[in-house]
Design a protein around this ligand. Structure first.
Ligand SMILES: [Cu+2]
Length: 127
């Protein structure tokens, strides 16, 4: 009896560990994934990556007037266009291309979108 119970418990523990792991990874952006994918420099500063019709990170903090690098990792063209016209606009970024734009000099929160896919939204925080 005792032995059977032990086996069941350790199996449950393993299951819990697995589900706990996947839960924490989808939980939030605060935890940094060290060495996850070396080819995608998502952690480098002032670097925006467009992948799967989404901006990563969704909120990018930069210094005033900083040069921001944008990599389009998708198979389709995108733009990074400030909602308030004139703040910044990369224009069309072809698939696989990397471009740069200069962040506004005034601190604040700048919402932006992709003009080709208006559902794509992100935020640039100048601070
Ligand atoms: Cu787009």
């Amino acid at each position: 009896m005792g032995i059977v119970r032990r086996g069941a418990v350790s199996g449950a523990c393993l299951l819990l560990a697995l589900t706990g792991c996947s839960n924490s990874s989808s939980g939030g952006g605060s935890g940094s994934t060290t060495g996850a994918s070396p080819s995608a420099p998502a952690n480098s500063p002032n670097h925006l990556i467009i992948q799967s019709f989404a901006f990563r990170p969704t909120t990018l903090p930069v210094a005033p007037g900083a040069v921001v690098t944008v990599t389009n990792a998708d198979q389709t063209a995108h733009t990074v266009t400030a909602n308030s016209s004139g703040a910044f606009d990369t224009g069309t970024i072809a698939p696989g291309r990397t471009v740069t734009f200069t962040a506004p000099k005034a601190t604040g929160t700048y919402a932006y979108h992709c003009t080709i896919h208006p559902f794509m939204k992100g935020t640039l925080t100048v601070r």
